[in-house]
Design a binder for this molecule. Sequence first.
Ligand code: SF4
Length: 317
Amino acid sequence: MPVHPAPTRKPHLTPLLRLSQKPPLTVLSFGAGQDSAMLLALCLEDRAFQKQYIPGDLAVLMSSTGLEHPETDAYRERTAALCAERNVPFLHITPDLGFHTPSWQTLHTQWIKNQTIQSLVFPRTCSISLKLGPFYKALNALLAQRYGYPAQRGRVTRAALYAYAQDYGPVQVMIGFGKGEERRIKPTPSGFMTQTVERLFPLIDMGLTRAGCQAGTAALGFEVPMPSNCQHCPFHGPLDLLRLHRKHPESFALWSQFERTKLTAEKWQGTRNHTVKGDDRTLDQHLDAATREFGHLDVAELDFLRHTRGHGNTTGF
Ligand code: SF4
């Protein structure tokens, strides 16, 4: 059952292909959250959506931060199995594939190396380094493999992306920002993306909010997962902090230890030595406040609230 109103985007024109050349590729940037789930359901089930956004084949790519919530890891595994059933390539970009830089193998690599943390008042280096960077390196390798392009030509490290763009036009990458998240769309961050990538935001085109995604995904018969962000994401609100502490106390304790290490590190004394929340209150103090306000809720209620309300992540792409 189609769940969306008439999309506003013009149809992509498929270029003439050389004999035996593979059809164009549309890539779903998968975050394993509710917006991604809606996009995947539309990609797999909705003919009108397919006609509008997928002129050739589909591939699903997800970059690992090394610190997703356990339920996100489990959902990602189920999604990979579903994609395999549907003959849709699903690539989980883990550090062992070589697309993460040495200093950003996981969220914690940088924290350990520099006695630091992610803070709400610091630049969002984590999503750029752990998601965006590995994603486009992996996409370049995928295009090289699929179309027989060189992955690198001289000093040009995104040679396959350039070669694809020459043959087919910019590669279409679908990003799951919903209606109301338009501010997360950032200008394309570097030269190669400007020339080789067309970012698509179908949920915004279709006016789908988070609630719309939850309803639409269920209406298409697909699982509505928990919102996904890292266990140690500074965007966690009070309910998420409490939930993490209740469900994974060792994880919360580790996060709190990282924060303490930064606050007491000699190298950061006399600098903008911010806490995770950037308001001079530590994670433990925020947890105390959350416990006072929401401590009466049990884990099932905290799960329910996270599932329905989403996370507060505002990182852009
Ligand atoms: S979910 Fe949060 S911590 Fe993880 S990469 Fe994104 S902004 Fe950074």
